[in-house]
Write a protein that binds this ligand. Sequence first.
Ligand code: PLP
Length: 370
Amino acid sequence: MKSTQFTRRGFGRFSALLGAGATLPFYNEAAMAQLSMIGPLPDDAVKINANENPLGPCKAAHDAICSIVAKGGRYMYEETFSFAKTLAEQEGVKPNYVTPYPGSSDPLHRAVLSFTSPSKSFVMGDPGYEAGDRAARVVGSKTIRVPLTKNYEHDVEAMAKADPNAGLIYICNPNNPTGTITPRAKIEWLVANKPAGSIILVDEAYLHFSSATAVSDMVAADKDVIILRTFSKLYGMAGLRAGAAIGRPDLLAKLQTWGAGALPLTGMIGAHISLKEKGLVAERKAIVAGVRNDVFDYMHKHNFSFVPSESNKFMVDVKRPGGEIVKAMAKEKVFIGRVWPAWPNHVRVSIGTKEEMAKFKTAFTKVMAA
Ligand code: PLP
């Protein structure tokens, strides 16, 4: 099978894994959040560990989702197609350059399975979002982690040089966990200077919170670029599931070989309505920035050092093993994010509501003073 890396040997290894009782390793932020090993959360918990959006779907999406439930006995594929058409129009690409998915974890995994192999590595920033590495392990691909620059950007020059046989180079913009931006010019440079045959995967899960610009025009220009979008973050639909891959049809076709089936009608309708909701992105971006700036003022006032993020999460340097603070905060019923091996003294904190962040501040002051 030339079109994918799914060789007979690969299939054998994959079946053996599943036979041994493993589940399909399709990780997402919620599964990753469990790496913090905090167990079930109490009802009055402040849950700022998984970069979720406490606002949930916007009112128009909420209402549309509720009213479609009665028709849920139908597949209604046309809703998926019209969501894709609207997204394509908004991004300036042809309709067949967009494939909807139930979130972006799914196409992220498919991209790693499609474009990496034991001889074609997966290259990512460090610290970076771990899900791609999980997929790389399934097919025996090597993950090469390239430290972020001192400005917390992806080090595109080092990433381009990391492996002449790189299969997939993953740029998360803004990055998870740091919330920092890699300037567009750097991504353009990478696309022009990447190893021959490699694909650049630009994960724009957090794009709408930031000043970064989308790279849809690179896709429209038929570059070797695939963009991932999710409705789990700004659009507040993490549990409802909607997302998309945007890329050249020949690249998207490779992702499609790894699965099949209809998408959730509720997710597709919610995403489509959200896209059409004028002013929604600006409104929610401003809400998150307001709460984030308030927390950053608090951080400055208490001399805590943190990474200046443009997203709905940020990293704090707690100057001791981060896991200790995660546990101590959990005792205060404030559940913050996990620790990355590359930065063992940092913890990731998601931006919740104003009220949740007030509880965060009280608990953090107490825990850091202990
Ligand atoms: N990409 C990044 C960087 C993420 O942080 C996440 C989730 O947090 C995802 C992709 C996938 O999210 P979902 O599968 O909910 O769309």
